[in-house]
Design a binder for this molecule. Structure first.
Ligand code: A2P
Length: 318
């Protein structure tokens, strides 16, 4: 699986990663572990986790088994991401949260630690939807300072954010000593994020993508991407699947994708995207698809809370 450079550093990120988010939580810890282990056998090296997902422990078990079996020689061959949940998005909660994540993962360091949302809720709960009464203002500056501290302590190789608009990135960059290496956002042919990608490109922020297939089966996802007629025509003409067309398209946009499947065939299919390409005409057809955001984040909107409308959460970039 090819890799991209992270900003101006010498660090790299594998361009296809394995997602471990599941909402509502369906898979048992055992299924999760077995799927991750199988993914390692297939060549996946990048795993995306979060304090919220209940996947850190099965990921830890899969990593230790992979090392025992010799599927990877050392931990350095893997790229492991986790995320700071909203209830820990307070300056003094960041370091303890990362330490807990590392303990769950049985690791000394992460490759990437992300602020999951530009949202804070009162400490204590790890759940989505969050309790709307618990929403409090998110102080990007002080939370980011604590993220920078985690980096300096060597507990993570890179730090970044997730679900940040251009405007929120701009605000963060204005006071950050260390810029975010990554912004992880929703992107697929029906939500192409052109403006955000251009912005991140100019600022040297790598874009990593969740729901590259539209997040079918998740709390926020739909079947719209995997049922899209235009994508089906392109897929049929190339004897590929719609999922492969989506993933290849994302790869050609120079982003990394986090794709989740617990089905062995589909896990294999999802990394079989590197020895063929989309034509100019196919890319043009995809660029013309009507746009619709899958995950507006209504969970974080409240009349009494800091974001009163979806437009405020995304700074109109929706
Ligand atoms: P499954 O685990 O049964 O394969 P996203 O990555 O956009 O969040 O989408 C994940 C959803 O898409 C999962 O429900 C997953 O189901 C399904 N999926 C993953 N890979 C494929 C594929 N190659 N073809 C069809 N569906 C897929």
């Amino acid at each position: 699986i090819p890799k991209a450079k992270l900003g101006s550093t010498d660090k790299t990120i594998p361009l296809v990663g394995f997602g471990t988010a599941e909402f509502p939580f369906g898979a048992s810890s055992e299924t999760m572990k077995d799927s991750i282990l199988h993914a390692i056998k297939l060549g996946y090296r990048h795993f995306d986790s979060a304090a919220l997902y209940q996947s850190e422990q099965p990921l830890a078990e899969a990593i230790s088994e992979a090392l025992q079996l010799g599927l990877v020689k050392s931990r350095d061959e893997l790229f492991i991401t986790s995320k700071l949940w909203c209830s820990d998005a307070h300056h003094d909660c960041v370091l303890p949260a990362l330490r807990k994540t590392l303990k769950n993962l049985k690791l000394d360091y992460l490759d990437l630690y992300l602020i999951h949302w530009p949202v804070s809720v009162k400490p204590g709960e790890y759940e989505l939807p969050v309790k709307k009464n618990d929403l409090v203002p998110f102080d990007a500056k002080s939370v980011w300072e604590a993220m920078e501290e985690c980096l300096k302590l060597g507990l993570t190789k890179s730090i970044g954010v997730s679900n940040f608009s251009c405007k929120k990135l701009e605000t963060l960059l204005a006071t950050a000593n260390i810029p975010p290496a990554v912004n992880q956002v929703e992107m697929n042919p029906l939500w192409q994020q052109k403006k955000l990608r251009d912005f991140c490109g100019r600022k040297g922020i790598h874009v990593s993508v969740y729901s590259p297939l539209g997040g079918k089966g998740t709390l926020w996802g739909t079947n719209l991407v995997l049922d899209c007629k235009v994508l089906k025509e392109i897929a049929d003409a190339k004897a590929k699947s719609i999922a492969q067309v989506c993933l290849r398209w994302a790869y050609e946009q120079e982003v990394s994708v986090l794709v989740k499947s617990f089905n062995k065939e589909r896990m294999k299919e999802n990394v079989d995207i590197f020895d063929w390409k989309l034509s100019q005409e196919e890319l043009h057809k995809i660029s013309q698809l009507p746009q619709r955001k899958g995950f507006p984040g209504l969970e974080f909107i409240s009349h009494e809370g800091p974001y009163k409308t979806v437009e405020e959460l995304w700074d109109e970039e929706i």
